[in-house]
Design a protein. Sequence first.
Length: 118
Amino acid sequence: MKAKLAIIIILVIFVMSCGLLEPVPKSPTTQPPTATQLAMVWQEIGTGDCTGQDVNFSDGATPDPNLAAAGLIAVCWDGQTHINGGEPGKAFCTYKSVTADQCVGGANIGVMYQAVSK
């Protein structure tokens, strides 16, 4: 029994030292909110869309409160009234590193939110 355990331990050490077993990186949405994020909330500012500058996403028709951060906007689709052609019928939000004024020209109009101080 001890011999089998020793072989298993040696195999695990070998696999880890060869880089064959790497830790799974955490999704950005699983990180705890920072102090700055805790001081921010999402405020609805109208409708719109733009291509690119996506830095994150979340499921649901409204932005994740833990992802509110200065300099970000969110564009959200409920899958019914506001539909994103890339994911028809799905409610989700994308988070973009642009100002609301810069977020124009996209084809999938959704509800836009801006992160503001509490």
